[in-house]
Write a protein that binds this ligand. Structure first.
Ligand SMILES: *Cc1c(COP(=O)(O)O)cnc(C)c1O
Length: 352
């Protein structure tokens, strides 16, 4: 705290990301990064553009990247927005669509950044409790609102809603924008991008951070009706005209275009996830089906706080949220099968 901070900033509680240790040798299963390297084509593109053109600003319209994304999803470029990670896009989207008279709606257990955006933009929110089994019950969202947002699959539970349920919600909720945060959709879900042509009030947000192994490049995208995208542009251009740098832009284009590499790595992660779940069940863990690159697990005898600390002592970093309802659970990112072997070996030493 400093007396120079504005009263507004003093009152904020910022988001706290998972620990990012430098060269620790820890097996890092705490922030849902992809354990596989980015596509070699991405690295080649970034290297070949690290040259004198960096003296120039990047294209403020990000035309080449929007075209690559539009072609991949069968959209028009005018239906695509890109940003410095999807976190930035979510922030701009809250500002653009959610500063309304009525409160916005999101689950009580979900990505904790949503609460933070509400605070910084002074947006009212009603948090809708998940069911006892941690499911999002969309009937609970059929009330007057200033907007709706949730991740699909949800974080940190990994639980997926079918596209048909999302379609029904978007259709019934035509008076406000529904944002589907698809950070993990490529690990087993069906994207709501297909609803964009029919519904003017859905915004689908995705990221290259998880399924395309590019958390370090900071590239996210939003897809929706051109009117929604124009609104996002107004917010972006009132804040930073160039959120993506030249290297991120060329790297992102290469990532979108290398579909073979993307398919291979995401399928590998899904396979490792299913093997991990089967093994953990034999070790006394309760796990519900995950459609993400992480699992949300609870041990029948050993508390999550204890497990978190003892795993860390053994060089395995996972995520523990000391919050009501979920403080019995650990969120564990799916790594390579070698990472998961190290995780199992540590657990075998810890568990009774
Ligand atoms: C990781 C994550 C994001 C942010 O991703 P970036 O593109 O790296 O900013 C957004 N939403 C959810 C639910 C996430 O887990």
């Amino acid at each position: 705290m400093s007396r120079y901070w504005s009263p507004f900033i003093r009152a904020l509680t910022p988001y706290v990301p998972g620990e990012q240790p430098v060269n620790s040798g820890l097996v890092k299963l705490n922030t849902n990064e992809n354990p596989y390297a980015p596509s070699p084509k991405v690295l080649k593109a970034v290297r070949s553009h690290a040259d004198e053109t960096l003296r120039l600003y990047p294209d403020p319209e990000m035309k080449a990247l929007k075209e690559a994304i539009a072609a991949y999803y069968g959209l028009a470029s005018s239906q695509v927005f890109v940003g410095n990670g999807s976190d930035e896009i979510l922030g701009l989207a809250f500002l653009t669509f959610f500063k309304q008279t009525r409160p916005i709606l999101f689950p009580d257990i979900t990505y904790s950044f949503y609460r933070v955006y509400c605070d910084i933009f002074q947006i009212k929110a009603t948090q809708i409790p998940l069911s006892k089994t941690f499911d999002i019950q969309l009937v609970d969202y059929q009330i007057p609102n200033g907007g709706i947002i949730f991740p699909n699959p949800n974080a940190p539970t990994g639980k997926l809603l079918p596209l048909s349920a999302i379609k029904m919600l978007v259709q019934k909720n035509s008076a406000s924008v529904v944002i589907i945060d698809e950070a993990y959709i490529d690990f087993g879900g069906e994207s709501a991008v297909s609803l964009i042509q029919a519904f003017p009030n859905i915004l689908v947000v995705q990221t290259l951070s998880k399924s395309r192994s590019l958390a370090g490049l900071r590239v996210g995208m939003a897809m929706g009706h051109a009117d929604l995208i124009q609104g996002l542009d107004r917010s972006k251009n009132s804040f930073n005209s160039y959120p993506l740098d030249r290297l991120a832009a060329v790297g992102a284009v290469a990532a979108i275009k290398d579909d073979a590499y993307f398919q291979d790595t995401r399928h590998r992660i899904m396979k490792t996830r299913d093997q991990t779940v089967a093994k953990l069940k034999t070790m006394g863990f309760e796990i519900s089906a995950s459609a993400a690159n992480f699992i949300f697990i609870r041990h029948k005898q050993v508390g999550a706080g204890t497990l978190f600390n003892r795993l860390r002592d053994k060089g395995i970093l996972v995520r523990y949220f000391d919050k009501p309802r979920i403080n019995d659970y650990l969120r564990v990112t799916i790594g390579t099968s070698t990472d998961m072997e190290a995780f199992f070996a540590a657990l075998e030493q810890i568990l009774p």
